[in-house]
Each structure stands twice: as structure tokens, then as C-alpha cells.
Design a protein around this ligand. Structure first.
Ligand SMILES: [Zn+2]
Ligand SMILES: [Zn+2]
Length: 131
């Protein structure tokens, strides 16, 4: 993804939207352009009159942000599958061990594993819902 040459942040669709200068076409964040002391491109020094939202770049950004969300959802599915596989593979063993060890320890172990999976899922959900 493209980076603003003034603040070195990646362009995004919210706080760092790319705006291009009408003379040279170089793109910077809106906030960065507003802070420039004069209407001169920081990269090529050409004087500009207007700035325009770089719709093409913004479209690419939105698509790649969408891709990231899809990847996170795929990871979530993978985590869920792993959790279920883990539980289904291990539950028999764990139950067998109940005879050997105290019930309390086994149940606590299982509970801790489930809490761990839940925390993973929570953080993935939070990340997805953040934007
Ligand atoms: Zn910037
Ligand atoms: Zn320029």
C-alpha cells in the first residue's frame, strides 16, 4: 500500500485519505496537505492550485482493507476449526485420565484451554469490528 511522504503513514480510508495535487499528481494525506506552509509539492516542488481526492488510490485501499478483513475471518474460521479439532481429539484422553487424576485438575485444564480459545476469538472479533 502507498505511504504518505510527509507523515510516512500508510494511506487509509479514514484518517489518512490520499489527496493528489493537480499539477504533479503526487498524493499526500489531507491533514498533511492542510499543514503545508505553502502550496508547493514536498516531493517535486511544483506549485499546485487544487487538491483532489485520489479516488483510484482510495478504491485500492478500501479493497485491500476488505481483503484484510476476509483474511481475518478466514483466520477466525481456522482458529475455530483448530479449537474443535483439539477438543474432539483430546476430550476422550482427558476423560480417561479423570480416573487417574482428580476431577478438579482435569476440569480446570479443560476450562483453561477453552478460556484461551475464547480470548483468541474475542481478540479476532474485536479486530474485525474495530474498523
Ligand atoms: Zn501524511
Ligand atoms: Zn509533486
Amino acid at each position: 500500500m502507498e505511504i504518505c511522504a510527509i507523515c510516512y503513514n500508510l494511506f487509509n480510508h479514514s484518517t489518512h485519505r490520499p489527496f493528489s495535487l493537480n499539477q504533479c499528481g503526487h498524493s499526500f494525506c489531507y491533514v498533511c496537505l492542510k499543514k503545508l506552509p505553502k502550496k508547493e509539492c514536498p516531493l517535486c516542488k511544483q506549485i499546485f492550485q487544487r487538491i483532489n481526492l485520489n479516488k483510484q488510490a482510495l478504491e485500492l485501499i478500501i479493497m485491500s482493507e476488505f481483503d484484510i478483513k476476509i483474511k481475518k475471518l478466514k483466520n477466525l474460521t481456522k482458529t475455530l476449526e483448530e479449537a474443535f479439532t483439539y477438543i474432539s481429539l483430546n476430550i476422550d484422553d482427558e476423560i480417561e485420565q479423570i480416573n487417574a487424576e482428580t476431577n478438579e485438575v482435569i476440569l480446570e485444564n479443560l476450562l483453561n484451554k477453552l478460556i484461551f480459545f475464547k480470548q483468541n476469538l474475542d481478540s479476532i472479533f474485536t479486530e474485525i469490528l474495530e474498523k
